[in-house]
Design a protein around this ligand. Structure first.
Ligand code: ZN
Length: 277
């Protein structure tokens, strides 16, 4: 049970449960940010994996599905954390996918290849869905994902027809939830803006691996598929969060991973963590 870590924050009438799925540890900042400015020479980056479930009494909405059971024991803590919080996969109504990396979609499939969330409506970017139809050689997903991607296409094909599940431009996908294409990290990467009773939360997925990338929006992350596009996306997301007075959460920020941003200068912002319960 020691691996279970949960945090709760409120956004208007929504209760957001954030659970730990895995820990990636302390990579060196220069493995990602290049160039590292002198003032960040001693910055200690920290990455872990968090999943967010939003409950507004009418709906349960899951942001990404985590590693799942097929990626080894170091990860995949979310399943136990949700079970401990009395949340069953069958009770999830909507799954919002930010992108298709294995630590975000692995948990959609059980060890025997069944769909873990039988009743959920899926929202994802059109380009991601099309990428899943491409052969592994196209490089749009990791070769190790080929079998899982094939299986997901089989299982989701009928669910995504004419339901507004595939987005390619900003739109409201469910009352109070806007999908915002946030391209550059991976194909079809999408952020989601949740609004309830005048409060807002912007989930940016992997648009930034650590808040330091939001504090210095002018510097690329070389691990993004399209580093310059992803840098411009971070600038857009940060400005959007400030304009909307939205809290921001990232998939790999130190949990609970929620904060607010204020402008400090050109491409410079301050990150203020938001306390959770
Ligand atoms: Zn990730």
């Amino acid at each position: 049970m020691s691996n279970i870590a949960t945090h709760r924050i409120r956004v208007g009438a929504c209760e957001c449960l954030i659970v730990k799925d895995g820990t990636a540890g302390n990579p060196n900042l220069d493995e990602f940010m290049q160039p590292v400015p002198p003032e960040l020479a001693d910055y200690e980056m920290f990455m872990e994996g968090g999943l967010m479930l939003i409950d507004d009494a009418d709906r349960r909405i899951l942001l990404d599905a985590g590693n799942g059971p097929n990626r080894g024991p170091r990860t995949h803590a979310a399943e136990a954390a949700f079970a401990a919080a009395d949340i069953t996969p069958a009770s999830v109504d909507i799954i919002l996918l930010t992108h298709g990396d294995p630590d975000h979609i692995g948990g959609l499939l059980s060890a025997d290849g069944a769909l873990v969330y039988p009743n959920a409506r899926f929202i994802l970017h059109q380009d991601l869905w099309e990428a899943w139809h491409a052969p592994p050689e196209a490089g749009l997903y990791f070769p190790s994902q080929a079998a899982a991607v094939r299986r997901l296409v089989e299982l989701l094909r009928d669910r995504l027809v004419d339901t507004g599940s595939l987005v390619d431009t900003e739109c409201e996908v469910s009352p109070g939830i806007r999908a915002i294409p946030a391209l550059g990290h991976r194909v079809g990467h999408t952020a989601y803006l949740i609004e309830s009773s005048g409060q807002r939360l912007l989930h940016i997925g992997d648009a930034a691996f650590d808040p330091v990338f939001l504090q210095h929006t002018g510097i690329p992350n070389v691990r993004d598929t399209s580093p310059e596009q992803a840098r411009d996306t971070r600038r857009m997301l940060v400005e959007r969060a400030i304009a909307e007075e939205a809290a921001v959460v990232g998939s790999h920020f130190r949990l609970p991973g929620v904060g607010k941003l204020t402008r400090r200068g050109e491409d410079r912002y301050t990150w203020i963590p938001v306390a959770s319960n």
